[in-house]
Structures are given as structure tokens and as C-alpha cells.
Design a protein around this ligand. Structure first.
Ligand code: 3PG
Length: 305
């Protein structure tokens, strides 16, 4: 069996070695396609693979069409909006993610961005403290939960909105539940986004919600670029000179935002939420283990299609 790791943004070497060990220990073969820039290289590499591990790499209908032997694809990470699930299902390919494996890295980045924005992006001048401020977590999943824990350590009051998680489970963490997004945005100095990009959430964060934020409000986006309504974000930043935005994904209009709003906006040069050795090891090894388990025993835990 051939397991292909196809990563346009490679895993840390130590994670690749861990994946290799897991794969080779059971007599499978590991193939690596890293740093590729031409999708044709992916088409070629996937043509004889039985299993595929990717990060944010797009597994499109075309990729699936080129995969003659593929039985399983694992997205080493949480969000699987990069996988064409109907195309996978049509060819009986099992698609999985590795929920929770890189959550700490993303949560730490989100809180780090709060400090960075509160302190003028580490430029001279008077900043503010997180202690005593309110943070609103939009979606209380694996990452949101860790953000809550870290934020409490900073002395913040934590609020959350998540209609898919039981109120009691959120409250058990000492987090205040908001029943509407409007309530969350109007109560919180910081909002940290942890929603997936779906048909329901795409472009869902815009003028109406952001205009509810208190003075000096800061939106932190380590979720997905697509959930932001970029035109409306620009409009509210223009109208409200106190609001700030930090993100793990440059928006389509990032250059315009940077020019217009200077230190009130920040985008990392390249998505880095899950870029820690620990997260790479956790998600990479989990992917390899899930593949081995599936190919050896048919286990479909973490199947998403
Ligand atoms: C995820 O959904 O797990 C994160 O967005 C990580 O993405 P990456 O593997 O491209 O860093």
C-alpha cells in the first residue's frame, strides 16, 4: 500500500519521520510530495496512491479523478473545506480529518494576536491589557475551549456562542453562554472566531455584527478567510476608527486594508495557526495512524463523508 503525503506547506521534518515510521512499520510505502507549486505534480503523485495525507491542499474533483487506487484521504487538521467530499464519496474514498490535534497551536496564536493588537503590534506607544476585558468565542469546539482556558489565565471574562454545544457543557468551564451572536458581539472587547467555512458561515461576519462591538473592539480570525464579508469589514473599519482586525489569512483586500487602517489591521504573511512542531506531529501522526487502522481493520472513526 502506498501512502502519499502531499503538502504544499510541509510538515516539520520530525513529523514526517514519525509518519514514515508508522507507515513503514506495517509494511506500507511512504511517498512524499512537498512544496509543490504545480497541481500536475499532485495529479501524477496521487495516481497510484492508496492513501493520501494533506494539510490545506485542495483535494478537488480533478485530484480525485487522477487517483486510480485511492481508498482514503486524511486532512491533517480540523477544517476539511479543502476536500471535495461528494467527489470522494462518488469514488468510495473515505475522507477524514484529525479533530483536536492542532488546536493548541491555533488557540495560542489567537490569544497571542490579542496581546499583539492590544500592544500596538509591539510598536512604541500606550497599549492596553487583556486582564479584566471580555472575550467572546464564536464556536466552542476544541480550539474555542483552549482559548477560553488561556483567556481565563489572563484574567479575562469569557463568553461563548455555540448552538451546537450544550449550554451546561460550556458553563461547566466557567464560560458565560450567549444565546445570540448579537449578544456576544455587543458584550465582548475581543471576538475570537472558531467557525468552519460552510455555506451557512461564509461571509457571515460583517457590518451588522461588528458594529455591535464596544469601543476598541478587536476581531481575531484564526478560523477561515471565507467567513468574513470583506467589503463590510472595510466599511465598518472606515466608520469606526476604534475597531481592529487581526487574522491568520490575508483578505482579498488586505493591501487596501493595510494602507487605509495601518496598525489597526494585521495579517500574517502565510497562514501559521497550526505551524508548530507539536501540532505537525500530533496531526501528522494521527493521520498516519488513522490510515493504517482503516486499511488494516476498516475503522472509520473521524470519517466526514
Ligand atoms: C486546520 O483546519 O486544521 C487548520 O486550518 C490548519 O491548516 P494547515 O494544515 O494548512 O496549517
Amino acid at each position: 500500500m502506498k501512502v502519499l503525503v502531499a503538502t504544499e506547506k510541509p510538515f516539520a521534518k520530525v513529523a514526517v519521520e514519525g509518519i514514515r515510521q508508522i507507515v513503514e512499520n506495517v509494511g506500507f510505502e511512504l511517498a512524499l510530495l512537498e512544496n509543490y507549486t504545480d497541481v500536475n505534480d499532485l495529479y501524477k503523485a496521487v495516481s497510484d496512491a492508496d492513501a493520501l495525507i494533506v494539510r490545506s491542499d485542495k483535494v478537488t474533483k480533478e485530484v480525485v479523478e487522477h487517483a486510480n487506487n485511492l481508498k482514503i484521504v486524511v486532512r491533517a487538521g480540523a477544517g476539511y473545506d479543502n476536500l471535495d467530499l461528494p467527489a470522494c464519496s462518488a469514488k468510495n474514498i473515505v475522507a477524514m480529518n484529525t479533530p483536536g490535534q492542532n488546536s493548541t497551536a491555533v488557540a495560542e496564536l489567537a490569544v497571542g494576536m490579542m496581546v499583539f493588537m492590544a500592544r500596538g503590534q509591539f510598536n512604541p506607544g500606550t497599549g492596553s491589557e487583556l486582564m479584566g476585558k471580555n472575550v467572546g468565542i464564536q464556536a466552542y469546539g476544541n480550539i474555542g475551549k483552549i482559548v477560553a482556558k488561556i483567556a481565563k489565565g489572563f484574567g479575562m471574562t469569557v463568553y461563548a456562542f455555540d448552538p451546537f454545544v450544550k449550554k451546561e457543557a460550556i458553563e461547566a468551564d466557567g464560560v458565560i453562554v450567549c444565546t445570540t451572536l448579537e449578544e456576544l458581539y455587543s458584550k465582548c472587547n475581543y471576538i475570537s472566531l472558531h467557525i468552519p467555512a460552510t455555506e451557512q458561515t461564509k461571509k457571515s461576519i460583517g457590518y451588522n455584527l461588528l458594529s455591535k462591538m464596544p469601543k476598541g473592539g478587536t476581531l481575531i480570525n484564526t478560523a477561515r478567510k471565507e467567513v468574513i464579508n470583506e467589503e463590510e469589514l472595510a466599511k465598518i473599519l472606515e466608520e469606526r476608527a476604534d475597531l481592529k482586525y487581526a487574522t491568520d489569512f490575508a483578505t482579498g483586500n488586505q493591501i487596501e486594508l493595510n494602507d487605509k487602517f495601518g496598525k489597526r489591521v494585521f495579517a500574517v504573511p502565510k497562514k501559521m495557526g497550526a505551524e508548530t512542531a507539536e501540532a505537525n506531529i500530533n496531526a501528522g501522526l494521527a493521520s498516519a495512524n488513522q490510515i493504517v487502522k482503516f486499511l488494516k481493520t476498516g475503522d472509520t472513526t473521524f470519517k466526514v463523508n
